[in-house]
Design a protein around this ligand. Sequence first.
Ligand code: ADP
Ligand code: MG
Length: 677
Amino acid sequence: MIEKSIETLKGIGEKNLKLFQHLGISTIGDMLKFYPRFYSDRTVKPIKDINGGQIGCIRITALAPIKTMRTKSRLTVHKLYATDGNDTITITWFNQDWLAQNFDYNSWYNAYGDVSVSLYGKEMALRVLERSDKATTTDANVPVYSLTKNLSHNMVVKTIKQCIPYVSEIPENLPPEIREKYGLCGIGYAITNIHFPKNAQSAFFARNRLAFDELFYLQLGLRLLNKAKNKLKGTAFINGTEIASEFIKTLPYKLTNAQFNTVTDIINDTKSGKLMNRLVQGDVGCGKTVVAAIALLIAAKNGGQGAMMAPTEILAKQHYTYLKDVLTPFDVNVVLLTGSLKSKEKREALESIKDGGYNVIVGTHALIQKDVEFNNLSLVVTDEQHRFGVEQRSALAGKGGTPHTLVMTATPIPRTLALVLYGDLDVSVINEMPPGRKEVKTYSVDENMRQRINNFMIKNINEGRQVYIVCPMVNENETTELKAVTEFAKTLQNTVFSDYKVDIIHGKLKAAEKDEIMSRFVSGETNVLVSTTVVEVGVNVPNASVMVIENAERFGLSQLHQLRGRVGRGEWQSYCIMFCDGGEVAQNRMKVMTDTNDGFVIAEQDLKLRGPGEFFGTSQHGLPPLNIANLYEDLDLVKIAGDAVTDILNADSNLSKPENKIIRQDVIKMYKGNLTL
Ligand code: ADP
Ligand code: MG
């Protein structure tokens, strides 16, 4: 009865059902798989016993009225100066105004959160605040779930408790030999104890087993995908070397060795008749586009069609302009296909793509729509792969025959992770920058520097340069936030930059509007471009030399690095200035940015500081999500799970034996039809 709706449980009315569904939970089985994010130790401790960097629970009362402030970034910050009777601490939380409004100054509270130490003493970033006499728990292993608004923690715990009796219905998926060999507890024990661990050890075993399962299925699926792909044949391209050298002669610069080696990899892959499946990794600005151009030219000269897919319209257009420019002299017809084409233009383009009138087709997601029919698609280049998933990739690859694929990304992925995530790809790394690039000078500043930075921007504009100002948007759809960014741009136009032209660009604009704003910036008509993160990926405006990032603490390191990569693309000395008003943790992250320009180092740090879930959401790739496993912290488990996959496939290469029946069902379900077994 594990498939039964949670509606049948006590306490689940229409309202709560909706809230649970919002979290992707409809059945009892789903509920059991809703794992806690971590356990909190809610036993109350004295302030002096919790050190900076630790999470803990204290019992406090207020020493002064709560101070409430609004930050530049439109957040409300509340600060409560409190004592446990012996020591003092400042407790901080964002938004949740009701906590401050209903605060009772005559009561004691249990405050649970992250403690840090600064010049001003101990601080706590609050997670939970409860009146001590009404505290829900003071236990040592309290599961903490990721909640949605209005769904209380107690509600989740109560509901999961009711589901526990159904655990016995969950069949064991792993054969006993595997469990024994790798020291894994049973699935039933794991699920019960992940929610309500008897002690720290049982929580460890439970987590280990469930994380193992996730990493096992991830790698099993990739291995099976890979196997299927290795059997596929692609069009054999001839004369790759000759075609490439003719093209290289026309370039105004010499290819770097790394670019040259990547081109050689591509030529070797595609001449064999085997199907190419290659990832090109290279930091922003290393020159991946020209490599793509060469690959597309080779495909076209071999009588096939090459498609290049970009994540945004702006980027697709930029690639189109570039490719048209460099490929037309070689009698290659290039076309742009995006969602914003007028219907007549689109019809004509589609006709001509179908007839083979165009050899190179550049576009966005529009390329994978049903109405696009290719004549002879032999190569697909995907730029900035981290925005595309396995499903999209295979949708495009499914369009007529089996095209070679070339995937380009500037998000440097540490080798170990690349192997797991891209187990199905070969990798070329462009680890060298074109000569003569000046390093982008990077500074982390606070509000005191505002005036000086404004003057600095104006100085650069007067020298003929252009400026980006990027504002974070927590949620690209949030209208109030968008309004604030728009207001900010208006204010800048009317004050600091009253003699110059300011434009604003954000994700909510129509594609045509974005294009227009972008072309005004590219042409130099606009001096300052205020933007949300839409400039992050790929755009190339060599004349822009200053990148100012507001509330830099709210971006991930890799994202900051991508943003910084928008400047320093021309001959000018360029600057990246990050306004940061965060505490110690944020300052440390800024230091990583000011210390190095190496994207790989930054990616490693980002993984350490944030974990790969956020860094690199696996679900975006059409891979099964990792709810509990962590690709960075669980490297040992990654390896063990990989060994188990080898054991199982060695004995039963297509999972047809009865003992692997459940594994087979699971993996097919997780890879949503991308697998054929
Ligand atoms: P990315 O790898 O970030 O996509 P681009 O392909 O946009 O980088 O290249 C960035 C800039 O570097 C472009 O202006 C391009 O013309 C230039 N470029 C690429 N390769 C070389 C090279 N070997 N020597 C000099 N400049 C180059
Ligand atoms: Mg690029």
